[in-house]
Ligand binder design. Structure first.
Ligand code: 5GP
Length: 237
């Protein structure tokens, strides 16, 4: 059987239900537009578990999402959506591309969260785009974009508070959204929420507990993901 779609970290499969898909978390890790590659045993399982718990929390808080249920250790069932080709990034502290673009030192806090958009296109290297680009490229309507921004800030508030209870600082993260196949007027949160797409720093030690350990060759990548899962589980118990 071939997947419907294979991305860098996940595969999408059909299910018996025309309205849902199976999302499989792979052990593959990539960074720098796929130029850096590795396989980490257990990454799929850890991200599947973390993402499932986070989606449960968001669902309880009334955030509409694609998530249906966890199927097994590395698979979840999700509602079929048309993914918007806009990635929404929320930043609470300077890091990563913000630091690279501005020279503002890593760890500098912001007075308010910074919301930015990038064009979800491997071919173009996920470039930073603004509202005018999004309108002219037809990626989302202005009303949809306003909704993305508002939802992303709501998720930031919820996840920032939750991770703080886990002893983790939510530095920044990337979200993806999709239009429900069944009713395209409804936009829901899609993709995974895991240390692959969030920067998380230990509140006490400042240690990086996310994919930057892989990007920067800091070692103990899966140990950090495992620690994030342990704290998330403990907090939700
Ligand atoms: P930056 O733009 O600083 O590289 O990333 C900001 C945040 O968004 C980081 O938490 C990073 O992990 C996440 N992010 C940005 N682009 C991607 C992407 O294409 N895939 C994943 N998994 N995360 C991303």
């Amino acid at each position: 059987m071939t997947p419907l779609y294979e991305g860098k970290a996940k595969r999408m499969w059909t299910t018996g239900n025309p309205d849902t898909l199976r999302m499989e978390f792979k052990d593959d890790a990539t960074a720098f537009d796929g130029k850096k590659k590795a396989v980490f045993e257990s990454k799929g399982r850890l991200n599947c578990a973390i993402s499932t718990l986070i989606y449960g929390l968001l669902d309880k808080e009334g955030v509409p999402t694609h998530f249906v249920r966890q199927i097994d250790e590395t698979n979840v069932e999700v509602k079929k959506v048309e993914i918007l080709m806009v990635e929404v990034i929320v930043r609470n502290l300077a890091a990563g591309n913000f630091t690279r673009r501005t020279g503002i030192p890593e760890g500098t806090p912001f007075t308010q969260p910074v919301v930015e958009f990038s064009y979800k296109s491997d071919e173009h290297g996920d470039p930073l785009i603004n509202e005018d680009y999004i309108r002219e490229m037809g990626l989302a309507t202005p009303a949809e974009l306003a909704h993305l921004r508002e939802s992303a800030l709501k998720v930031n508030g919820l996840l920032g508070a939750f991770f703080a209870r886990c002893g983790l600082k939510l530095v920044d993260f990337k979200l993806e959204f999709g239009r429900l196949a069944k009713d395209p007027s409804q936009i829901v949160l899609a993709d995974e929420i895991s240390p692959d797409g969030c920067r998380l720093w230990d509140l006490k030690t400042g240690e990086k507990m996310d994919k930057d350990r892989f990007r920067r060759d800091l070692g103990n990548v899966m140990e950090a993901y495992g620690e994030v899962l342990k704290r998330v589980k403990q907090q939700l118990a």
